[in-house]
Design a protein around this ligand. Sequence first.
Ligand SMILES: [Fe+2]
Length: 310
Amino acid sequence: MFYVTDLERSRHFYVELLGLNVVHETPGALYLRANEDREWTLKLELAPEAGVKHLAYRVGTPDDLEAAARFLDAQGLPWRWETEHDRPRLLRFQDPYGVPVAFYAESVKHPWHLQDYHLHRGAGLQRIDHINVMTPDVEGVMRWYMDELGFRLSEFTEDEQGRVWAAWIQRRGSVHDLALTNGTGPRLHHFAYWMPDMQSIIRTCDILAGARMPEAIERGPGRHGVSNAFFLYIRDPDGHRIELYTSDYLTVDPDFEPIRWALDDPRRQTLWGAKTPRSWFEEGSLLEAYGGGWAEPKEGELRGLPVHVI
Ligand SMILES: [Fe+2]
């Protein structure tokens, strides 16, 4: 859920150019989904400052939500119930590393647009894919989500001392639901949508160029080494980073072995060797603290290292 400072400017970007579908709107908020999403997957809320309210995950049943509340009690983490449009109960808390999280079990479903091709617009975003969080403690966050919440490791970047610098973890059998990137945080690095094909990603570049917004294209298009995905990073009018992503692989095999990348292997970021801009390493969206205000970012150890290193 993004806070944005000019809702009409954001509507132009997300609805008219990217083609997200408006599920619901109020004078201060837009609830958006991509063509395959059966429920809204991105809320834009008007606010004085840009930032991120929380990152939400769906749990299987209302009983799972109650179990999550008991788990948070056992962890000594404060939580509260909140409500959102189409979602009567959100369990809102902050993970031990300062990331605002909401779990929910029930959400209203809307008519499926996947095969309503005549309703697809703009870049043609298909479905929510993953989020990426910047943190100075990748290993700590990774361990908590794996040990406590059952996430599984797909790929990781490691230095010669065995220290983890980046991790891709998942619960649904794709490469990742959550990626962790070393850097100043906690901050959101990006929010990613799956695209139907590579051509739709290239078309996004043409759409942004046609709208005289080439500065919104930050990195790519290109092919990641990690995840094998074809990607593009763009920045919304408030600077929130969106990744458009396609063509990764499945991790559902019970004997799947995580893939290790050496920290000094440049192919992991871009298989083709293209340079990554500095802004990609240094900039991210602030996250709302549980008690209000912004979670205070702590400086990561990225600074001072060559920009091809995460
Ligand atoms: Fe990503």
